[in-house]
Design a protein around this ligand. Structure first.
Ligand SMILES: Nc1nc2c(c(=O)[nH]1)N[C@H]1C(S)=C(S)[C@@H](COP(=O)(O)O)O[C@H]1N2
Ligand SMILES: [Mo]
Length: 263
């Protein structure tokens, strides 16, 4: 990686203040939810393809749901943070053409790779949920999200038994001069198949705004803000993070954040 630019340094400092507290909180959640054994279970489930649906439901039935709120609690304006407009002419051109040429790839350790246009994603069964987004920088915001459950896409793509994680690749580079700094994130199959894990294309009843990740962003509702990747273009199934960014499973994880951002 190239030397960090000053603006990145500033962001790191600001976030560093919260890192210690966050580490403790995430650690206790991990212990109390026993997330690792659930993940092992999900992987085993995927190994027996015939009983996939039944077994998945059994696993999901034991999974805690994030709190959902009433429509009256939706914030008038959903805040935005991090990238608010991906740099470079490619993304600007996508906005100008209303994402007509944008595609979502689902690939890696899958038997049936997908490449989907935005209308194709929007034609899939959708889930709507009003949830609270919690950013480690100390703010929260309630919004209504609508999108396809990631489980739907993963079932279509036929996840291979050796897959352990879902990696989300984003269109925005954190350093506009360095292609290696594209935002990315990852979750295990437990969170990937969770009922509230959706790829959202609508916020508060309107097409997802550019500042909140147009045309598609993930909502992984039991995790913190930095685990909600925006500007998605590729969902990749992997068995390890080796060779991805700094190898820690996410852009902010590579700067020292915890990989498990459970709340
Ligand atoms: N692609 C991308 N996704 C991202 C970020 C980003 O900078 N780029 N920032 C993260 C952080 S730290 C937060 S708090 C949320 C902010 O989402 P919002 O802009 O919709 O509020 O997006 C997360 N996902
Ligand atoms: Mo955040």
């Amino acid at each position: 990686m190239k030397k960090a630019k000053p603006f990145l340094e500033q962001r790191r400092e600001r976030r560093g203040l919260l890192r210690t507290g966050l580490g403790l909180a995430a650690g206790s959640v991990l212990a109390s939810c026993d997330a690792l054994s659930h993940n092992d279970m999900a992987v085993q489930v995927l190994r027996s393809a015939e009983t996939l649906n039944n077994s998945l439901h059994r696993v999901l039935g034991r999974r805690a749901m994030a709190q959902e709120f009433a429509a009256s609690e939706i914030a008038p304006v959903f805040r935005s943070n991090g990238t608010t407009m991906p740099p470079g002419p490619e993304y600007a051109a996508m906005v100008a053409t209303r994402f007509a040429d944008w595609r979502l790839k689902v690939d890696g350790l899958v038997a049936n790779p997908l490449e989907l246009s935005l209308p194709a994603v929007q034609a899939m069964p959708a889930r709507t949920q009003v949830t609270r987004h919690d950013c480690v920088e100390g703010w929260s915001c309630i919004g209504q999200w609508k999108g396809v459950q990631l489980s739907h896409l993963l079932t279509m793509a036929q996840v291979k038994p050796e897959a352990k994680f879902v990696v989300f690749h984003c269109l925005d580079q954190m350093d506009k001069d360095d292609e290696d700094t594209a935002y990315y994130e990852s979750v295990d199959l437990d969170d990937a198949f969770h009922a509230q894990t959706i790829l959202a294309w609508e916020l508060n009843g309107k097409p997802l705004p550019v500042e909140n990740g147009a045309p598609l962003r993930a909502r992984i509702e039991r995790q913190l803000g930095y685990k909600q990747p925006k500007y998605l273009h590729r969902v990749e199934l992997v068995d390890s993070f080796a060779g991805l960014g700094g190898g820690k499973g996410g852009y902010w994880e590579d700067q020292g954040y915890n990989w498990y951002g459970g709340i």
